[in-house]
Design a protein around this ligand. Structure first.
Ligand SMILES: C[S@@+](CC[C@H](N)C(=O)[O-])C[C@H]1O[C@@H](n2cnc3c(N)ncnc32)[C@H](O)[C@@H]1O
Length: 241
């Protein structure tokens, strides 16, 4: 396992730093504020359905899952949450992370981590299915309303921010679904468009100018979260990945 260091970010919430990659799991401006802005405000809150299916690429600390379940409690939605993670964290490590105490959800956070991998379980009325595999190699077990794309950055993991992987994700999105991610780099937008997405640049959280939301369909009057730019080419058939 790679060496990890627990760091406190500007809003008081923890993140993990991986020295070998020189990469943090979250923004040093605040892990919770960043995740809330990207994945909840510009993700889950855009879907008004009673049951929302979510795929997360890069489960890591489980912060996005916890925030989603807390949001669903407020809106009385039910979430079916599939999370892919190539390098699952040990419970010994997640026990030290302070999201549960900050968000007053210590038991829920503990349960998110203590439930078995590859087992569909109920957490606070939601369904959680954690998959301990490489997103490049695993097949996806569902179709989704939202994809939280939260891998390490394109500088560190260029192999994950590709047309090939985005095409695979595109094919597992529901018709009105969209993908949301923190990187707004040019190569990411290009790869998303090449895979068939309509890409929209949105305001970022503190410390970050922009984020991306990429929708599957273009409507005459696109909803706020779905893109205002047409893809450069039509979607292709998915290659085997
Ligand atoms: C930026 S961190 C974010 C983690 C998480 N969303 C969070 O809030 O803690 C990226 C995560 O992607 C995971 N990851 C890296 N490569 C992966 C791959 N090929 N397949 C699945 N997960 C991967 C990493 O292990 C790490 O947990």
């Amino acid at each position: 396992m790679k060496e990890h260091q627990l760091i406190t970010t500007k809003d008081g919430s923890h993140t993990i730093y991986v020295p070998e990659l020189n990469e943090h799991y979250h923004s040093s401006f605040g892990a919770i504020q960043e995740a809330q802005h990207i994945f909840i405000e510009n993700g889950l809150k855009k879907i008004k359905k009673p049951v929302v299916t979510i795929l997360e690429v890069g489960f890591g600390t489980g912060l996005n899952c916890l925030l989603s379940f807390l949001e669903a409690e407020n809106t009385r939605q039910r979430i079916i949450y599939h999370a892919i993670e190539k390098y699952p964290l040990e419970e010994e490590e997640t026990d030290k992370i302070n999201y549960g105490s900050i968000l007053k959800a210590t038991r829920m956070y503990k349960r998110i981590h203590s439930v078995d991998w590859l087992n569909e379980v109920t957490v606070n009325g939601n369904t959680l299915f954690k998959i301990p595999y490489d997103i490049l190699k695993t097949s996806l077990p569902g179709n989704y309303d939202i994809i939280y794309f939260d891998a390490f950055s394109p500088n560190v993991q260029p192999e994950l921010w590709t047309e090939k992987l985005f095409l695979k994700l595109f094919q597992h999105l529901r018709k009105e679904g969209f993908l949301v991610t923190y990187s707004s780099k040019g190569i990411v937008k290009e790869a998303l468009r090449a895979a068939g997405f309509f890409v929209e640049r949105l305001e970022g959280p503190e410390g970050k100018r922009h984020i991306l939301s990429a929708g599957k369909i273009f409507k005459g009057n696109p909803p706020k979260h779905i893109g205002d730019e047409k893809p450069k080419q039509a979607p292709k058939q998915a290659p085997n990945v």
